[in-house]
Design a protein around this ligand. Structure first.
Ligand code: SAH
Length: 347
């Protein structure tokens, strides 16, 4: 990556200092901050002098992300973006229109190290962390695509493990919710993790009341270890303890993501075991049939299997719903589009 400053990734105080270092008046920082977070390019910052705009451009970049390709689902209007980064890498994102507002799924890394067997983002390994400005840039791009409407909810469920890029993710969350920036409510943001226990505990104490989504996918360590390498490092009990700590510190109930994988974790016995594990915990379970990964011989389940699993959880008074699948015709699931495009472009 170039060592140019990504202006959008600076907190207002840092921007003030950076402008002072360039011999500019610190009060300009507020104007620059406000422009950048409206998604403006330097050329559009019309109440700044040309000299200042040139200086900003010489030393840094305005919008670090652009949309390279868009696919629109014929089924439900879901949009899938392939974003280009300034170093030639690309990541993807999905924009879903729900009745309660537009929801954007953002990526936090190029690739991923976590190695979950069912996840397309990790099949080709890890490339690099995204910066806070690059995560924000995805939101700016989506807002432009939306025209008048704005992104209302954000889920950090694109490619990458957010807690493996902790500092940039926390910076992103503070910037995107900043009153003089996009001002998106933290309660409208979900951070999804495969379960990095120390980071969950640290994050609980950041004063950021977002929803924590925990990718559980199994009712015991044995099954979880077969599909998620992180389960070798932290046991299910340690992971659930960290979730309880999150709830205690933030007052926010944790959402457990559970992808139903045929003949791996989808039996009614698994549902019973899951209900035992979650008993008494303030939480919600999101069920989704796995998006089949043929490379790994892992297959999704039928509607009937989802209903049977859900029925057990309901009977055991565990709050649970079936997550709607959107954009199925446009490689909506994380990592699938980038992977497909990279494969299509191979000779
Ligand atoms: N690294 C984070 C966030 C990215 S993945 C995490 O693990 O939570 C976002 C969600 O999609 C996770 O719950 C992940 O387990 C799930 N996921 C990945 N591949 C999937 C697939 N093929 N089918 C269904 N869900 C999948």
């Amino acid at each position: 990556m170039s060592d140019k400053i990504q202006w959008m990734g600076l907190y207002p105080e840092e921007l003030k200092q950076a402008l002072a270092d360039l011999g500019e008046k610190p009060f300009r920082a507020q104007q620059v901050f406000s422009w950048l977070h409206k998604g403006a390019r330097f050329s559009e910052m019309t109440n700044l002098s040309l000299a200042l705009r040139e200086k900003l451009a010489e030393n840094g970049i305005d919008q670090p992300v652009t949309v390279q390709e868009t696919r629109v689902s014929k089924l439900d209007g879901t949009k899938k973006f392939l974003y280009a980064l300034s170093d030639g890498n690309c990541v993807e994102g999905v924009l879903m229109r729900y009745h309660y507002g537009a929801t954007l799924c953002v990526s936090t890394q190029v690739g991923c190290k976590m190695g979950c067997k069912f996840c397309a983002s990790t099949l080709d390994g890890y490339v690099r962390n995204l910066t806070a400005a690059e995560i924000l840039g995805q939101v700016q791009c989506a807002n432009k695509e939306l025209g008048g409407e704005r992104v209302h909810n954000i889920v950090l469920m694109g490619s990458g493990e957010p807690f493996d890029n902790y500092d940039h993710v926390v910076r992103f969350l503070r910037l995107v919710s900043h009153p003089e920036g996009l001002n998106i409510g933290l309660r409208h943001i979900s951070v999804s993790t495969c379960g990095l226990v120390p980071q969950i505990r640290r994050f609980a104490q950041e004063g950021l009341p977002v929803t924590l989504s925990l990718s559980l996918h199994a009712p015991n360590d044995e099954i979880r270890r077969q599909i998620m390498p992180i389960a070798q490092r932290y046991t299910l009990d340690e992971t659930l303890d960290a979730c309880r700590f999150y709830l205690e510190k933030t007052g926010r109930r944790v959402v457990f993501e559970y992808a139903l994988i045929d003949r791996v974790n989808a039996s009614e016995a698994c549902a019973e075991e899951l209900a035992d594990k979650l008993r008494g915990m303030q939480c919600h379970v999101n069920l989704i049939p796995l998006n089949t990964v043929k490379e790994r011989n892992l297959y999704g389940v039928t509607e009937q299997q989802v209903r049977a699993f859900l029925a057990v959880l309901e009977k055991r008074h565990i709050s649970a719903t079936r997550r709607r699948e959107m954009g199925d015709d446009i490689e909506g699931a994380c990592g699938q589009l980038r992977k497909k495009i990279m494969e299509d472009s191979q000779p």
